[in-house]
Design a protein around this ligand. Structure first.
Ligand code: SP5
Ligand code: ZN
Length: 343
C-alpha cells in the first residue's frame, strides 16, 4: 500500500498543553508522524509519496471560506496586535450565553468563535502544516480513485475534531472529511467513515450530520467522562435526511477488547448494510492500553484484527491518521492495522 507523507507536518508544533492542571509538552508532537513513518519503512509497506499541493477550493468543499481565511491569517493578526508566543483562545460561550451566527470583530472573540478548546495553538506555520495534512489526505483519496485498493494518508496534525468552521482537539482541518468529499465529488454516491480513534470525531459528525451521502460510525470514550464531552452520545443519530446515518458507540473507561470488538462488529454490519462504494478510516490508535491520555485496553495484536476486518468490507479504502500518543507502540499499532488489512 502507498503511504502519503510530507515532512511539512513539522510546520506545526504547539509546544505545550494543559493536562490535569499542569503545563506539559503537548502529546500531539511531530515525533508521532516520524514514528509511524519509520515503521512503514521498517516493514516495507510500500512506497512513501509526497503529496502535491491542492487548490484551496477543495478544502472549501468542507470548511467555510471565512474559517480558512482565519486559519491562514490569524497568526499575523496576533503579531500585529503586539503579542508574543503562539495564538491561543482561552474563553468560550457557556450554555447560558446566547449563540451568535456571525464572527465577532475582536481578535480574541473571533478566536473563541472559531474554536472549542485549547488543546493546540496556532503557530506561525500551523496553517501551512494543516493545509499539507489535507493535501496528504487528498493525495491518498486520489490514489484510491485511480484504482488502488487502499492507501494510507499519514496526516499530521490530525483532523476529526475540526468542524466546518472550528478547530480543537489538536485538529485544524478535517482531513478525513475532505477525503470523503473528494470521493463523492469523483463518482462515489455513498461513502462511509469508520472512526476508530479513541475520541469522538465531533468535527466529522458536525460536518455530515444532516447528510445521507456519508455514513459516520464512531467508537469512542463516552462523552459523559471523556473529551470532547459534549458530543458523541448514542442518541445523536443524524438530522433531516441525515437521520440514521450517524452512529455513535460511546464506551466506558477501561473498555477491554471483547467489548470494543462487539461495538466494532455492530458498526461493521451497519456500514455493510449502507452499501457504500468507498470507505475512509479515521485511524486513531489511542484505544491502545498504554495510551497516555486514553482509557481503553486494546493490545497491539488487536490492531491486526481491526485491519483484517476492515479488509473484509471489500471496499476501496483510505486510511487517514488521527490520534495515538503512546510513542513506544504508535508505529507498531498504526501499521498493524495496515498490515492486517493487507493480510
Ligand atoms: C485527534 C485526537 O486524538 N485528539 C485528542 C485530543 C485530546 N485533547 C484532550 C487531552 C486531555 C489530556 N489530559 C489528560 C492527560 C492524562 N495524563
Ligand atoms: Zn483521539
Amino acid at each position: 500500500m502507498k503511504t502519503f507523507y510530507t515532512a511539512d507536518h513539522h510546520l506545526h508544533h504547539s509546544g505545550m498543553e494543559l493536562s490535569f492542571g499542569r503545563i506539559v509538552e503537548t502529546f500531539e508532537m511531530p515525533e508521532r508522524a516520524e514514528i509511524v513513518l519509520r515503521r512503514v519503512k521498517e516493514v516495507g509497506l510500500g512506497p512513501v509519496i509526497e503529496p502535491p499541493s491542492y487548490e484551496r477550493a477543495v478544502i472549501e468543499r468542507i470548511h467555510t471560506p471565512d474559517y480558512v481565511d482565519f486559519l491562514e491569517n490569524v497568526f499575523a493578526e496576533w503579531r500585529a496586535a503586539g503579542r508574543d508566543g503562539e495564538v491561543w483562545p482561552y474563553s468560550w460561550r457557556h450554555r447560558s450565553m446566547p449563540a451568535i451566527d456571525a464572527p465577532p470583530s475582536g481578535l480574541d472573540a473571533r478566536l473563541s468563535y472559531y474554536s472549542f478548546d485549547m488543546a493546540g495553538s496556532i503557530t506561525e506555520t500551523t496553517w501551512r502544516a494543516a493545509k499539507r495534512a489535507a493535501d496528504t489526505a487528498l493525495a491518498g483519496a486520489d490514489a484510491v480513485l485511480s484504482g488502488e485498493r487502499a492507501a494510507f494518508s499519514l496526516c499530521r496534525p490530525p483532523g476529526h475534531h475540526a468542524g466546518r468552521d472550528f478547530f480543537g482537539g489538536y485538529c485544524y482541518l478535517n482531513n478525513a472529511a475532505i477525503a470523503a468529499q473528494r470521493f463523492l465529488d469523483n463518482g462515489h454516491a455513498r461513502v462511509a467513515i469508520f472512526d476508530v480513534d479513541y475520541h469522538h470525531g465531533n468535527g466529522t459528525q458536525e460536518i455530515f450530520y444532516d447528510r445521507d451521502d456519508v455514513l459516520l460510525a464512531s467508537l469512542h470514550g463516552d462523552p459523559d467522562f471523556e473529551f470532547p464531552f459534549h458530543l458523541g452520545y448514542a442518541r445523536e443519530r443524524g438530522a433531516g435526511k441525515g437521520e440514521g446515518y450517524n452512529l455513535n458507540y460511546p464506551l466506558p473507561a477501561g473498555t477491554p477488547w471483547p467489548q470494543w470488538q462487539a461495538a466494532f462488529e455492530d458498526a461493521h454490519e451497519k456500514i455493510r448494510a449502507y452499501e457504500p462504494s468507498a470507505l475512509v478510516i479515521s485511524l486513531g490508535v489511542d484505544a491502545f492500553k498504554d495510551d497516555p491520555i486514553s482509557q481503553f485496553k486494546l493490545e497491539s495484536d488487536h490492531f491486526l484484527t481491526i485491519g483484517r476486518r476492515i479488509a473484509d468490507f471489500g471496499l476501496p479504502t483510505l486510511f487517514v491518521m488521527e490520534g495515538g500518543y503512546a510513542t513506544g507502540a504508535l508505529g507498531l499499532n498504526a501499521v498493524n492495522v495496515l498490515q492486517g488489512f493487507e493480510g
